[in-house]
Design a protein around this ligand. Structure first.
Ligand code: SF4
Length: 361
């Protein structure tokens, strides 16, 4: 039974230099977009009770609360759903956040990235560090008790000391969750064509280790390769992805996974507005592909993969089928009561290790 929905809001006031997400600056089309979105949802959604609903972007906080409400009202929910919205620190007002909270949003993800004002400018963010502080204070005042912040590491001119400084400020603000992103220069981004000098891979790895050490000393734990939370504040929505469960994806460029089919929607805004109903790509997963995804996604979690579940779903004995790889990487893969997981050193070379599992399946 599907219990999660992702909704993509593809609008931003401007484009950050590292960003390769689909987003448009034609804010005058937001209302028309929400109308199309509501059409798409009504046509596809079968009324399941949702455990998680996530508005991502783009910048969902550009959407007026009345229009967000129009979308939320379509869904049915379990008793205690997690409803998340991503917000940009530069466009939040107290009354807006209060209304969001009253509409049922109970988790906020703030696109903060760093506290270094020079770097924020360099990467094309519209906000300054003071706006992050303001956003967290206002969110708490509005009633939010589950607040996540984004941190990008490996940015131009960034140092390990700078990353630590960012984390200190975040923790002082009393947030519950940190999502980290190691900067990769994507071809489709502004920097894809004009690449800046960035810290090398070794420095990025050192930053990642520092993030782990710092946050773990302050009560956060890494529950997924890039995500840290206080106990009880793990993102239920993202765990649904990593647990390889199905979900609806609505909106331009959204991806979904339903009845064994991974699909993606039209990316072009105008084409989506003309016909919001039909996904443009479909991939019905073979049993082999499902197994690969189970392994790939499972190893992202600190709890790792569950060999009993894999045996039940795919009829294979993980330990014997992959013995060679498990032996080869025995200093990077740990046994857990339920299966196997990557240790911190294993996470640093996870691409290499996981590619071996995939080519071996
Ligand atoms: S990083 Fe976020 S705010 Fe910046 S352009 Fe991309 S989606 Fe928009």
């Amino acid at each position: 039974m599907v219990k999660s929905v992702y909704i993509h809001i593809p609008f931003c006031k401007s484009k950050c230099k590292y960003c390769s997400f689909i987003s448009y600056t034609e804010l005058d089309k937001i209302e028309e977009y929400i109308n199309c979105l509501s059409k798409e949802i009504s046509d596809v959604y079968k009324g399941e009770k949702l455990d998680t609903l996530y508005f991502g972007g783009g910048t969902p906080s550009l959407v007026p609360t009345g229009l967000l409400n129009k979308i939320i009202k379509i869904f049915n929910f379990t008793e205690n759903p997690e409803i998340t919205i991503e917000i940009n620190p530069d466009d939040v007002e107290e009354s807006y956040l209060k209304t969001l909270f009253n509409l049922g949003f109970n988790r906020m993800s703030i696109g903060s990235q760093t506290f270094d004002d020079n770097i924020l400018k360099l990467i094309g963010r519209r906000h300054e560090s003071k706006d992050i502080i303001e956003a967290v204070i206002l969110a708490k005042k509005a009633g939010f008790k589950n607040i996540s912040v984004d941190l990008i590491y490996g940015l131009p001119t960034q140092t390990i000391r700078g990353v630590k400084n960012d984390l200190e400020k975040f923790v002082e603000l009393g947030i519950q969750h940190v999502s980290t992103y190691g900067l990769k220069i994507e071809e489709e981004s502004f920097w894809g064509k004009n690449p800046p000098a960035i810290p090398d891979d070794d420095m990025q790895a050192d930053m990642y280790i520092e993030i782990n050490n710092f946050l773990e000393k302050r009560g956060f734990y890494r529950y997924e390769i890039s995500n840290f939370a206080l106990k009880g504040f793990e993102s239920r929505h993202n765990l649904n992805y990593w647990n390889n469960n199905e979900y609806y994806g609505f909106g331009a460029s959204a991806h979904g996974y339903l009845e064994g089919v991974r699909y993606s929607n039209e990316c072009d805004l105008d084409k989506y507005l003309l016909n919001p109903i039909h996904p443009v790509t479909f991939n019905r997963l073979t049993a082999q592909e499902k197994l690969e995804e189970e392994i790939f996604l499972g190893f992202r979690k600190t709890s790792g993969i569950n060999i009993k579940e894999i045996q039940n779903k795919f009829g294979i004995y993980f330990g014997s089928k992959y013995k060679e790889i498990l032996d080869k990487y025995k200093s990077y893969i740990e046994k857990t009561p339920a299966g196997y997981r990557l240790n911190l050193q294993g996470v640093l070379i996870s691409n290499l290790i996981l590619s071996e599992f995939l080519s071996d399946t």
